[in-house]
Design a protein around this ligand. Structure first.
Ligand code: ATR
Length: 273
């Protein structure tokens, strides 16, 4: 069997080994996928050791995605723009390549699994950290009417607007603070890590209209803090990031193996765990 793994710290709760095992049995691909906890101060040594042992590919998660991007000798265009990598492998010359499948994972979950086409939508993204930077390129590629980035630190949202201005096409791209997010949006995506502290970004409830779709990039067994707030304020179409997690995994699997697993049965199975 060929060896793959996810690297993070902590890593024990990662769902990636289960997702990739389900993909492997579904597609009959001969792979084994484990979880590796890298010491906080030795991500580099951990991945070097993995590939020296003959490992074929890695997923990278918190807090090492930026380091994975820095370490790589080559980056795919989507990883280059994302500034972070969740997927690593060696090319034919044994050079380390970084890719990022998070953004296509989000867009596929929205468009295919939830039936939300992004073209022409007014989109509000909350947050301006690494997770948001990773998904902006694929969102803009769908040609929404507008994309507003709201963040606690407005300067970081403004920096992302400058970084992605060249990819905006006809999309109106802008930045603001949470309190300044105004008017109802068609789609609100929470990409802050506020819910990890049980916090809510202080956006006005008027961002939610009757048909607003709400997407929290986080997932948890219970409804996320942000999605509960949205439901309490009238939102009816509310999704969490479990589908994104499975879709980014499927895209990584495709990058490594050239085979596309079916995601719907895997999402169902994880939801029922
Ligand atoms: P990630 O990789 O999850 O994106 P990050 O790069 O540290 O992590 O970014 C975290 C994001 O969540 C940022 O947008 C951050 O806001 P700031 O840029 O102002 O720091 C946001 N965030 C974190 N905790 C928050 C909280 N309690 N309330 C609101 N926003 C929060």
């Amino acid at each position: 069997n060929e060896l793959y793994a996810v690297v993070g710290n902590p890593i024990s709760h990662s769902k990636s080994p289960r997702i990739h095992s389900l993909f492997a049995s579904q597609t009959d691909e001969p792979l084994e996928y484990t979880a590796i906890q890298a010491p906080m101060d030795d991500f580099t040594g951990t991945i070097r050791h993995f590939f020296e042992r003959g490992g074929k590919g890695l997923n990278v998660t918190v807090p090492f995605k930026e380091q994975a991007w820095t370490q790589a000798e080559h980056r795919t265009p989507r990883a280059e723009k994302a500034g972070a990598a969740n997927t690593l492998y060696l090319d034919a010359d044994d050079a380390l390549v970084a890719d990022n499948t998070d953004g296509v994972g989000l867009v596929r979950d929205l468009t295919r699994n939830h039936g939300v086409a992004l073209k022409g939508l007014r989109i509000l993204v909350l947050g301006a950290g690494g997770a948001v930077r990773g998904v902006l390129g694929p969102i803009l590629a769908e040609a929404p009417a507008s994309l507003t980035i709201a963040n606690r630190t407005v300067a970081k949202a403004e920096a992302l607007v400058r970084l992605f201005a060249g990819e905006a096409g006809d999309t109106a791209l802008s930045a603001c603070g949470f309190e300044q997010a105004a008017g109802a949006f068609d789609l609100v995506i929470n990409g802050t890590s506020a819910s990890l502290q049980g916090d809510l970004p202080p956006v006005p409830a008027s961002i939610l209209g009757g048909n607003t779709v709400v997407y929290d990039m986080m997932y948890s067994l219970q409804t996320t803090t942000f999605n509960r707030w949205a439901q309490d304020n009238g939102a009816t179409r509310v999704f969490d990031g479990l589908g994104m997690l499975v879709e980014q995994a499927a895209e990584s699997f495709y990058v490594w193996r050239g085979v596309r697993p079916e995601t719907a049965p895997v999402i169902d199975e994880l939801r029922n765990d």
